[in-house]
Design a protein around this ligand. Structure first.
Ligand code: ZN
Ligand code: ZN
Ligand code: ZN
Length: 209
């Protein structure tokens, strides 16, 4: 992964570039987004369920509006069920390139864990109704755990949305024999390097297909 501002490689953990100090939020890395002006939304004050930071309203839709609530401190975001599906479809759609080795690599190197210092299981409250959210493996085989309020949507932790986009891009949702990949832990060095290079340079915006 490269810094968007100066193209230096980002540190192994964290999103702040060592060289230019630019912050590269992982969840927004592949997305086009703009902040929603106050006049165009309700002005309810909503807090991050993880760090109590005030959430901002971002529009990440390309063809139609898709509003998410984003935490600038921890990179987590809240998105409705429908908006998540639309986003995966809108950004990946037919661009998929199935590749078992790369899929295996990302499943074994979850971005989601990259930023959290401990992996303690924590249940979070929904930002709207304050109910305890369930922890749910998206699509049962993505390896990405989301927090879900049945009524309102998902809380997606740092890096997990990026991982979902990559997973879909690599055909993860189309692979019934997926379980094999989890056991395919040992890539040879060349395959590992290839997968790793691919993930580091991953940039959907630059690809036309
Ligand atoms: Zn930089
Ligand atoms: Zn937060
Ligand atoms: Zn709720």
């Amino acid at each position: 992964m490269k810094c968007k501002s100066c193209s230096a490689p980002l540190p192994k953990s964290g999103t702040i570039c060592d060289y230019c100090k630019h912050n590269n939020p992982l969840n927004l890395y592949l997305l086009e987004f703009k902040e929603v002006p106050l006049a165009k939304r309700d002005n309810t004050f909503l807090e991050c369920p993880k760090c109590s930071n005030r959430l901002i309203y971002l529009n990440i839709g390309r063809k139609r509006d898709t509003i998410i609530l984003y935490c600038q401190k921890c990179d987590g975001l809240f998105i409705s069920h429908e908006a998540l599906e639309n986003t995966l479809e809108e950004y990946i759609g037919e661009k998929k390139r199935q590749n078992n080795h790369k899929l295996s690599f990302i499943l074994n190197h979850p971005r989601q864990n990259r930023l959290s210092k401990n992996n303690k299981i924590k249940y979070l409250n929904c930002i709207y109704c304050q109910d305890i959210m369930q922890r749910k493996n998206y699509h049962s085989n993505s390896g990405v755990i989301l927090h879900q309020c049945i009524k309102h949507g998902f809380w997606i932790e740092a890096g997990a949305l990026l991982q979902l986009l990559e997973w879909k891009y690599l055909g993860g949702d189309k692979k019934p024999q997926y379980k094999e990949y989890l056991s395919l832990k040992y890539l040879n060095e060349k395959e590992r390097q290839e997968a790793s290079d691919f993930i580091n340079q991953f940039n959907l915006k630059g690809q036309n297909q």
